[in-house]
Ligand binder design. Structure first.
Ligand code: MF3
Ligand code: CO
Ligand code: CO
Length: 258
């Protein structure tokens, strides 16, 4: 069931979303060659606690850290570690989810570490652009998958990139992961489907978080040792951007925008 949020809930979720973005931009300042992902985790954790919030990933289904990270061919859900040291030319996604006063906000950005190659910069630019194109198209009365999945698949294919299918966006706000599951590829369904392709309605809140691989292969695999880290199956680079959005009476509002 997709929960339509009340105006009061929306106000609370908006606060959590803006805090999540603030934490993300604070943590960004420390990204440089030589820093470990565990140091970034500590920085984000301290700042979240200082702001009277809780890091949603910590102990979520056994996840051991306060943020998730993804370097290069890691798609998402990487566990911060003192052994993972950033180096020049890497890209790193940092994903922050806060619980503020019981309400969730979820956002991520992929950052370059020092100077990166033009092809890698292109992947970052296309991924950010396609998230924004999908968000721009959101409006009540339209089908979710036409706005998000179709837009994303059509745009990234022009660059020889692909959009990961096994993971997607999600309803968010009262819980970390709510319905609907937000597909980032086109389902080619012409009609609405209450779970995979709902008609957008004011008060819906969900994430748009495409994971774009620098390869035509959208397949992924999960690390057998830690059970979390998701990598591209062909070791291609992967980038991701994420915003939490609200459907309004006239269109949409990006809640994780400052
Ligand atoms: N924040 C991620 C998302 O966008 C989920 C991370 S789950 C974790 O849905 F346990 F890995 F942190
Ligand atoms: Co999310
Ligand atoms: Co996230």
């Amino acid at each position: 069931m997709i929960v339509i949020k009340t105006p009061k809930q929306i106000d609370e979720i908006r606060k959590s979303c803006k805090l999540a973005r603030k934490i993300l931009l604070h943590t960004k300042k420390y990204i440089k060659p030589g820093i470990s992902t565990e140091e970034l985790n500590k920085i984000a954790h301290k700042f979240i606690i200082k702001n009277k919030a809780i890091p949603a990933p910590l102990n979520y289904k056994g996840f051991p850290k306060s943020i998730s990270v993804a370097i290069n061919n890691v798609v998402c859900h990487g566990i911060p570690s003192s052994k993972d040291i950033l180096k020049k030319g890497d890209i790193i996604n940092i994903d922050i989810t806060t619980i503020l006063n019981g309400f969730y906000g979820d956002t991520s950005i992929t950052f370059p570490v020092g100077k990166i190659s033009p092809q890698t910069q292109k992947l970052i630019n296309v991924t950010k652009k396609v998230m924004n194109l999908a968000i721009k198209s959101l409006k009540p009365g339209k089908l979710l998958n036409n706005c998000v999945g179709k837009t994303i698949e059509n745009y990234v294919s022009k660059f020889g990139f692909s959009s990961v299918r096994q993971l997607g966006g999600h309803g968010v706000g009262l819980e970390f992961h709510e319905e609907p599951f937000v597909f980032h590829h086109w389902l080619r369904e012409k009609k609405s489907n209450p779970t995979s392709n709902p008609i957008l309605k004011p008060g819906m809140i969900f994430t748009v978080e495409p994971m774009i691989n620098a390869s035509l292969n959208w397949q992924i695999e999960i690390d057998k040792n830690d059970g979390w880290t998701v990598r591209t199956i062909d070791n291609a680079l992967s980038a991701q951007f994420e915003h939490t959005v609200l459907i309004t009476n006239t269109g949409h509002e990006t809640l994780t925008k400052l």
